[in-house]
Write a protein that binds this ligand. Structure first.
Ligand SMILES: O=C(O)CCC(=O)C(=O)O
Ligand SMILES: [Fe+2]
Length: 290
């Protein structure tokens, strides 16, 4: 079992003193995370102390829970963009998830798959031992990032998603096209970057934490390939043209662990999706992409 550090009297004094001195919130969170506090817990304790609330050790484990504030996604049965009326087929508030129908037309899905066939590569990582490219078991699929310079349709879809989600266009990463063949899957993961890991720093510098995801389903899978949320027992079957939206970053800087999700193995047919990962601030291209 994971053990959590005690939020004892000395931590309380340290935090209060640093709040009084006007230290940046991030520096206090960094110090707590470096001392093995869960990042959600650290955010939550800090916001409580700033608000003048007592935080006792027993409350710390429950304080790790994500605070659901106002949803970013517009409410109502239909969400409109300039060139689209998306029907809300399903929604949940904890975690914030919505399945939207009629986001893409048949022709747009076909065209994105065509673009994908020309651009996707096997998802691979460099083996730290040998330096060779290896295929990772967590993600058996082929992917590629595309933007408006690849095809005007991509720019049109980027605009549509920004209007539907009400999140600025520039906060979105390039659209990620992904193909899974038989047996292809994406094992349970979070889309946000673990802030306690040094390896995340580089990603976080490019527009801050990821706060929401839109998965566009480009085809229907004959068997398998559902997107599942194992912590909440939710399973979504890909339907061509529909979009799965979920958000996991709040105003307090917490991230929502209930958004753990997976792409189930494809058993028959193939699966094509386009994913838009959305940052808290403007997404910065890498210097070599600019
Ligand atoms: O394939 C899926 O259904 C999930 C894809 C996913 O999790 C992602 O693109 O981040
Ligand atoms: Fe994901």
């Amino acid at each position: 079992m994971q053990s959590f550090p005690q939020f004892d009297e000395s931590w309380k004094n340290w935090l209060d003193e640093n709040i009084r001195r006007g230290c940046s919130h991030q520096s206090m969170i960094d110090a707590m995370v470096a001392n093995a506090f869960d990042p959600n817990t650290a955010h939550s304790i800090l916001s409580r102390r700033i608000a003048g609330e007592e935080v006792d050790a027993a409350a710390v484990s429950s304080s790790a829970s994500y605070v659901y504030g106002k949803q970013m996604l517009p409410q109502g049965p239909v969400i409109k963009a300039n060139d689209c009326r998306a029907r809300v087929l399903f929604s949940s508030s904890q975690p914030v998830v919505a399945l939207l129908g009629d986001v893409l037309t048949e022709e747009e899905c076909e065209r994105l798959i065509e673009i994908g066939r020309q651009s996707v590569k096997q998802s691979a990582v460099v083996d730290p031992a040998s330096g060779a490219e290896i295929i990772i078991r967590e993600r058996t699929s082929q992917g590629a990032f595309v933007n408006g310079s690849v095809d005007p349709l991509v720019a049109k879809i980027d605009r549509r998603l920004a209007e539907l989600t009400n999140i600025p266009l520039e906060n979105g990463e390039d659209l990620h096209l992904l193909r899974y063949g038989i047996g292809g899957e994406y094992r349970p993961h979070f889309d946000y970057f673990p802030e306690e890991l040094a390896g995340s720093r580089h990603h976080l510098q490019r527009g801050g934490q990821r706060i929401a995801t839109v998965i566009l389903y480009l085809n229907e899978v004959e068997l398998g390939g559902e997107t599942t949320f194992p912590n909440v027992g939710l399973s979504v079957r890909p339907q061509r043209g529909s979009a799965l939206y979920f958000e996991y970053g709040n105003e307090l800087g917490q991230v929502d662990p209930k958004t753990l999700h997976a792409g189930n193995p494809v058993e028959q047919g193939e699966k094509w999706i386009a994913t838009k990962w959305i940052r808290r601030s403007r997404f910065q291209p890498l210097p070599q992409d600019a």
